[in-house]
Design a protein around this ligand. Structure first.
Ligand code: FAD
Length: 438
């Protein structure tokens, strides 16, 4: 347990695993390229808030840090859909009492860094990793420092420097894919210190090929995110003038636009960012391993990027403990077990974009949802909806994806009948049969 562990990246995943490995008795140092975020301001237009759910909460609880985070969470019990004429429709995320939580990424990161330092971890800011020697387990930093460790953990995000070094090693596979949409954040300020929208929902304005969402913050603002194509019609490329922005928002998001008096200032000041999926394999070399976005960056539409990264932490540590901390055996085993789940959530995240922006208003989709609600209330143990498997359970993502595809197939078969005539026993029997064979 005297092993020296170096973690590169004090983001969400790096700070959390630092806390846990320190608690297990290791000598842990974290190296972060940025300045201490507790001492610097959040850059303009970067107020990302995230949906934290079960897979993320469980490791936070195991690390004993969840109590310090809970006060900053805002529960969101379902989707609140806004139609073009401002009509609202509510879809709960799960059963009564199930919800996801809005949390500021910056605030959560600061709390995790604080918890890491409290646990005795040394966090070194202004330490940008420049190079890794996988043979000798050394990291070279931009400032010239060279650190040798027993284990190197790369939690340096979607554009990981450690992964870039892996890319020039033999038989390392890597792919990245940018979707055609980018995103821009906009802020809805409170009025008289009161939220301008109902706070306990994730608000969505689904508009076919694009959408706007809004998540609540503790200061009673909402962070809205417009997911929108870079090119084409309509697209970011088309919105060049204040009039064009006003006219676009008045057409598609009138009720939201009315709550943002400085809409065009925000629109032209805040950055437009891109969305990437990365995949790579193997995640390790020698005594170095990638976790979180460094290993598998996904698009944000299932709200699982951070949650899956936190789940990486739990699964990695549980396996390491079970294998008595023998790193040379743990790294390949962990990677081989976890890779298929990272690929599955990557696929699910892309699929959920279609569901959020397009299908939520589609009559066939709504019929399927209605049918699913009935199946679930008749057979709550046998039938767990895909969203619930992903968001409120520990079922491996790959199994959730497999079961979800079977559920869709079963529902599409039965939807050919009148919902009132459907025999739910027959539905479950069909599901169970396909589960065995598919
Ligand atoms: C718009 C948007 C919405 C999202 N919504 C959700 C959501 O609702 N739910 C959810 O679960 N996830 C969401 N995500 C995804 C989530 O933000 C990421 O999955 C999560 O931040 C990954 O954590 P990480 O620690 O792996 O990487 P990061 O949070 O990116 O942290 C990486 C850290 O490494 C540091 N670093 C980078 N390079 C170096 C280097 N060379 N040397 C040293 N340090 C370095 C960085 O400065 C950073 O601190 C969203 C993402 C986006 C973009």
């Amino acid at each position: 347990m005297k092993d020296k562990i170096s973690i590169v990246g004090a983001g969400l995943v790096g700070s959390l695993i630092a806390v846990i490995l320190k608690q297990k008795g290791f000598d842990v140092q974290v190296f972060e390229k940025r300045k201490d975020p507790r001492k610097s301001k959040i850059p303009e237009g970067r107020s990302i808030n995230l949906a934290l759910s079960h897979r993320g909460i469980r490791p936070l609880t195991l690390a004993g840090v969840y109590d310090s985070i809970e006060p900053y969470l805002i529960p969101m019990k379902g989707r609140m859909m806004h139609s073009e004429d401002g009509e609202l429709t509510y879809q709960p995320y799960g059963k009564d009492g199930q919800f996801i939580n809005s949390v500021s990424r910056a605030q959560l990161n600061q709390l995790l860094i604080e918890n890491a330092e409290k646990a005795g971890v040394e966090v070194l800011f202004d330490h940008k990793c420049d190079d890794v020697d996988f043979e000798n387990n050394t990291i070279t930093f931009q400032n010239g420092d060279v650190i040798k460790s027993d284990l190197i953990i790369g939690t340096d995000g979607a554009f990981s420097a450690i992964r870039k070094k892996l890319q020039v090693t033999d038989r390392f596979n890597f792919s990245q894919h940018y979707i055609e949409h980018g995103y821009k954040e906009l802020c809805i300020e409170p009025k008289n210190n009161i939220f301008r929208l109902e706070p306990n929902y994730l608000h969505i304005w689904p508009r076919g090929n694009f959408m706007l969402i809004a998540l609540p913050n503790n200061d009673k603002t909402f962070t809205c995110t417009l997911f929108f194509p870079f090119e084409g019609s309509p697209s970011f490329a088309e919105l060049k003038t204040k009039d064009q922005v006003h006219s676009f928002f008045d057409t598609y998001f009138k009720d939201a636009a009315d709550l943002i008096p400085d809409l065009t200032d925000q629109f032209f000041t805040n950055p437009t960012s891109s969305l990437v999926t990365t995949k790579c394999e193997p995640w390790y070399r020698g005594r170095s391993i990638l976790l979180g976005d460094a290993a598998h960056a996904i698009v944000p539409f299932y709200g699982q990027g951070m949650n899956s990264g936190f789940e990486d932490v739990r699964l990695f540590v549980e396996l390491a403990e079970e294998m008595n901390w023998k790193w040379d055996e743990i790294l390949p085993k962990y990677s081989s077990i976890r890779k298929k789940d990272a690929d599955a959530i990557s696929e699910l995240a892309l699929y959920n974009f279609l569901e959020m922006r397009d299908h939520v208003g589609d009559p066939h989709f709504l019929r399927r949802k209605k049918l699913e609600g009935k199946i679930q209330s008749n057979y709550p143990k046998e039938w767990i909806p895909l969203y619930s498997m992903v968001t409120f359970s520990d079922i491996p993502y790959s199994e959730a994806l497999r079961l979800g595809k079977i559920q869709k197939k079963v529902m599409d078969e039965f939807l050919e009948r009148d919902v009132e005539e459907i025999n739910f026993e027959e539905v479950i029997a069909r599901f169970n049969t396909l589960k065995q064979v598919d």
